[in-house]
Design a protein around this ligand. Structure first.
Ligand code: NIG
Ligand code: FE
Length: 421
């Protein structure tokens, strides 16, 4: 008996076929097959084409069948920037912000990231796991099949290792792939503030103790730094990321979110996997990204949630040939959403990306940002059978219906991990 799955009748099957990351005009090429079908075996895609063609294949005989009755199929979303593990919401700060306090004012008074650090340190590993599992179920329900997850709400040795170990446990306990990033350099923790050399002492803890431990334990693939006003300077960022690289952790950065620091140029010069946010980039930064392999990851959920008017210059980045990706930045302070479809809606209405560009940015370019473009991000023979089915007749309706979940089914490695009732 065959263990193959034959999916037929996709009104539009968005293959996103083609090699590697997408830039410029290639960002619009969805490789759509009408009345599309896929043959899957052992979690991998064996063949992609029209229903007529794939049904006629000898390998399709005896396969279990799933007919999609005209629904739209695309590669599962690859959410390349999340802060998955945190203890609680910051709804109280949300209200303060609505009443006029800025994100940075709240942070200066000990709220913001430090608020989440206090909550995380007080939480049990079981409570953190339960919350993260709940979020992962929601990611699956929204069509996401791979996420990146950052530490960064622990900021001491035990708490950071607790988060990173949880990433590993979560990866083993549920189907969504979790790529782990060490973000010990989120901000300088409270106990190191108030002394002139506090930041320096904390950076030494990161470079001399934490990065070596994380690397030796195989607890992360990437090292990230929040390079911004109120967090880490460009020179501090360079030191931390360089140490990470010596230990085999690939760099990625939070860059030019609240102020311009030069983090983008640093990212490009280090060959970082991505630099994320980019609301404050200048023309030279845009040009540098256009010539580099560092992905420009845009996180419009932050500006939306914080009520900020200045979004990242997506059009200029696309025109300059930068590799643009989109991600949720799921976190309790600036972007409490797991919905990539909502991010697509914001990318279209606020960043003026077309639905096709936004879908490429949320799949194949997200995969490239996580250095997984050979395995995921498009629907092609040999890749993982990670896909999302939407209850729409046209892919443009995915961003069009904003704030609604039109995901009908999600498959990870050929297995149904979510089905709407
Ligand atoms: O990506 N900018 C830094 N880190 C997060 C926010 C973290 C928080 O406020 O808890 C971000 O926006
Ligand atoms: Fe972030």
């Amino acid at each position: 008996m065959s263990d193959a799955l034959l999916i037929t009748g996709a009104g539009q099957l968005l293959t996103l076929r083609g090699r590697g990351a997408r830039r410029g005009k290639a960002l619009s090429a969805l490789g759509i097959i009408r009345d599309g079908a896929l043959l899957i075996r052992d979690g991998l895609i064996v063949a992609v084409g029209t229903t007529k063609h794939i049904e006629a294949l000898r390998e399709s005989r005896g396969a279990e069948k799933l007919d999609l009755a005209g629904r739209v199929v695309l590669p599962g979303f690859v959410d390349s920037h999340t802060h998955l593990v945190h203890a609680a919401s910051r709804a109280e700060e949300y209200e303060l912000k609505i009443r006029g306090a800025s994100y940075e004012e709240i942070a200066r008074k000990g709220g913001g990231i430090l608020n989440s650090v206090r909550k995380l340190r007080a939480a049990t590993a079981e409570a953190l796991e339960a919350r993260a599992l709940g979020a992962l179920e929601q990611f699956a329900a929204c069509g996401t099949t791979t996420i990146e997850a950052k530490s960064g709400y622990g900021l001491d040795v035990a708490s950071e290792l607790k988060i990173l170990s949880l990433h590993r446990r979560l990866a083993a306990r549920q189907p969504i792939e979790v790529c782990s990033t060490f973000l010990g350099a989120h901000v300088v923790p409270a106990e190191y503030r108030g002394e002139t050399d506090g930041a320096e002492r904390y950076i030494r803890l990161l470079t001399e103790t934490l990065i070596p431990e994380v690397a030796h334990g195989g607890l992360a693939e990437f090292c990230d730094v929040f390079c911004d006003r109120g967090a880490f300077t460009r020179e501090q960022t360079r030191r931390i990321l360089s140490t990470g690289m010596e230990f085999g952790l690939a760099p990625r950065l939070h860059a030019e979110q609240l102020s311009h620091t030069g983090a983008t140029q640093l990212a490009v010069s280090l060959g970082a996997a991505s630099c994320d946010h980019l609301e404050q980039v200048n023309r030279a930064d845009i040009a540098a990204l256009g010539k580099s392999k560092t992905v420009a990851t845009l996180l419009p959920g932050c500006d939306f949630h914080l009520g900020l008017k200045k979004y990242a210059p997506a059009r200029a980045l696309i025109e300059a040939d930068a590799i643009v990706a989109l991600a949720t930045d799921y976190n309790p302070g600036t972007s409490p959403t797991v919905s990539m479809a909502m991010i697509l809606s914001l990318a279209c209405s606020q960043l003026r990306m077309t639905p096709a560009e936004a879908i490429c940015a949320a799949t194949i370019n997200g995969a490239y940002a996580l250095r997984r473009e050979r395995e995921i991000g498009s629907l092609e023979a040999g890749k993982l059978a990670d896909l999302a089915v939407f209850e729409v007749a046209d892919y443009r309706e995915i961003p069009y219906y904003f704030g609604m979940n039109v995901c009908a089914m999600t498959l990870k490695r050929g297995r149904v991990i979510y089905a709407a009732d």
